[in-house]
Design a protein around this ligand. Sequence first.
Ligand SMILES: [Zn+2]
Length: 455
Amino acid sequence: MKTRHPGPAKVDRSFRPDRALEWAMGAFVLFGMLALFIFVRPQPPAELTSANAAQAMLDFRENLPTASTASRIGQVTAGAAAADVLEVLGASAEDAEAAVAALRQTGLVDRKRMRPGTALTAYFDESAMQDDTSRLIAVSIKPDARNTLLATRQADDRFFVSVLTARMMTSHRRVAGEIETTLAAALTEGGGKPGHATSLAALFPDDAALAAGGLRGDRFDAVFEIAEDERGNFIENGDLVFAAFNGTNSHGSWYRYTPGDSGRTEFFDANGVAAQPFLTRFPIGRVPINSGFGQRYHPLTGYLHLHTGVDYRAPAGTPIQAAGDGVIAFIGFNDGYGKHVRISHKRGFETLYAHMSKSAGLAAGDAVKAGDIIGYVGDTGSATGAHLHYEIRRNGRYVNPMTLELPSGRNLASEPEEYAAFLKQKAMIDALRGATVPDSLMAATLLPVVHTSSP
Ligand SMILES: [Zn+2]
């Protein structure tokens, strides 16, 4: 097998007085290059409109020496990284590496590997062929819907990257109709994305059929945000702002709103009541937390381990309530948890309540409702004092009860300022839906076909 690189040349690294001038000159040139690099470092990207971005690309192309310039297009795949693609298109390995390294410095492309599917356009000066490779003079890529990066070769052979960022406008799209195969398919057909179906189904946690895709003939109505450039060209899909469903097993409509005080985006019904809390974070009410979820040194063993739940401090005997509707999966005792109860809920959730002094006379298989008393705080098992150790597991994995996204159950109607802001948002959404008859979207006004509207 033939190697492309010759063996290393012998280098004399010893210092000789008659070479002192050469050394000084070398240091001077090196210093100069360093200074130059510091002064010509890429500037932070300016906010350009996409029209300007398009113009900048046109200017760039117009200034290319057309007679000898060739542009070739390639695509990053699972097996070919960006530098490999540039080499396949005709660049030398050195140029390909340099251009990709410069593109990475923007922080807008993945550090390790560009996303498969990312398109690259490479520009070559064909008049300067060397060892079967063309001279790479520029590379443009579109790492996401908003940005275009253009790496151009400078006189010193470095690549300088310009970031062209399109200004985005938010518009809305409505998709309503009947499920034929799955909700995800119906939404995607109307220009939505599968994630919209997941978000919609999450608003109806009791409907297992909807979670599995929905039933044929079930009706839905969804409004979601879309990002457009200032000419109205579609850039990408955003989140749901409205979701309604009228199915075999459940129905209702939900408006997205972000209360000013909590800053947490939630869905509320037409009267301003938040979606029912699926599980509470506080099975013994708002009491102090002794220890949160995460890595910690165990108070008894002294070893670092994952604390799989939250410890609430409360006197022995404090009643513990079921965090949500479910079925008792286990009641019993072990060394660590002491006397404990595990409840399984819908959607793969389980909650566990440990160190109880006693349970409330329930048995495995019993159904419980949110708020039912299932036992009392104690210090059984491995506990240093009376407290409730509360765990939430999702599909068998421990999750942090404090950061898990759970709706709050808040009622905006009791807060005049928030309620007014909510009603304004609701009116905007209703106008988008063309819903002149309040809450009757599920009746004859529902369009059987996909319909698009912008504000
Ligand atoms: Zn604990």
